[in-house]
Design a protein around this ligand. Structure first.
Ligand SMILES: Nc1ncnc2c1ncn2[C@@H]1O[C@H](COP(=O)(O)OP(=O)(O)O)[C@@H](O)[C@H]1O
Length: 193
C-alpha cells in the first residue's frame, strides 16, 4: 500500500520543520522529518557516524542509507501505533531530497501535494539557520561555509524535484510570512485536497 503523502518542500531554514511539527499534532496527520530521524540515531552507531560525516560538510547522506533508514523508521512508527497508514496523511519533510530518492520512493509514496515554502531572501534563510544553531546545537548550522554549501546542495539536487512531481501538485507558499500565516496558507489548501 502506498502512503497518502504531503511533501513539505523548501530550502534549509524555510520553516518545514516548524510547520511539520504543528501539522503532525492534528489528528490524522503524521509528521516525519528525515533530519530528525538521523539526529535520533546514536552518534556512535553506523548510521549515526555516516550522518555526522556528511551533514557536518553540508552534504546529503548517501541515498541507500537514507531511504533504508527512513523506511525502517516508518515501519517502527507503524508498529508502535504512532502512524496509521490506512487513515493518516504522511507529512514528509526533508525526503525525498533528490531525483534518485524520489525514484526509490515512487512505489511507496502517493504524493497528493507539495507545499513549496518559498523564501527567496537568502539573508533571512541564513539568519533563521543561525538562530536555530544556537537553539538546537546543530553542527551543520554552526558555520557559514557549511550553511552556504547546504543552500547550494538544495538548489542543485533538491529543487529539480519540483519538476519531477509536476506543477499541478506544487502549491507555492510565501515562507517569509509569520509561522501562523504560513500555517493558515497550508491548512487552507490541505482541507481542499
Ligand atoms: N533525505 C535526505 N537525504 C540525504 N541526507 C539527508 C536527508 N535528510 C536529511 N539529511 C541530512 O541531514 C542534514 C540535516 O537535514 P535537515 O534536518 O532536514 O535540515 P535542513 O532542512 O536545514 O537541511 C542534511 O544536511 C543532510 O546531511
Amino acid at each position: 500500500m502506498k502512503y497518502r503523502t504531503i511533501l513539505l518542500f523548501g530550502a534549509p531554514g524555510a520553516g518545514k520543520g516548524t510547520q511539520g511539527k504543528i501539522i503532525g499534532n492534528i489528528p490524522n496527520f503524521f509528521h516525519c522529518a528525515c533530519g530528525d530521524v538521523f539526529r535520533s540515531m546514536k552518534p556512535d552507531s553506523i548510521i549515526g557516524k555516516i550522518f555526522l560525516e556528511y551533514s557536518s560538510r553540508g552534504e546529503l547522506v548517501p541515498d541507500e542509507t537514507t531511504v533504508e533508514m527512513w523506511q525502517q523508521s516508518i515501519r517502527n512508527s507503524t508498529q508502535a501505533g504512532r502512524f496509521h497508514p490506512e487513515t493518516d496523511t504522511l507529512i514528509l519533510d526533508g525526503i525525498p531530497r533528490n531525483m534518485h530518492q524520489a525514484e526509490m520512493l515512487k512505489d511507496t509514496l502517493d504524493v497528493k501535494a507539495i507545499f513549496f515554502l518559498s523564501c527567496p531572501n537568502l539573508k533571512k534563510l541564513v539568519y533563521r539557520i543561525q538562530r536555530r544553531a544556537l537553539r538546537e546545537n546543530r553542527l551543520d548550522d554552526a558555520n557559514m561555509d557549511v550553511i552556504q554549501h547546504r543552500l547550494k546542495t538544495y538548489v542543485k539536487e533538491t529543487k529539480p524535484l519540483l519538476s519531477f512531481y509536476g506543477k499541478e501538485l506544487v502549491h507555492p507558499i510565501d515562507a517569509t510570512q509569520s509561522p501562523a500565516k504560513v500555517l493558515c496558507d497550508i491548512l487552507r489548501r490541505t482541507t481542499k485536497l
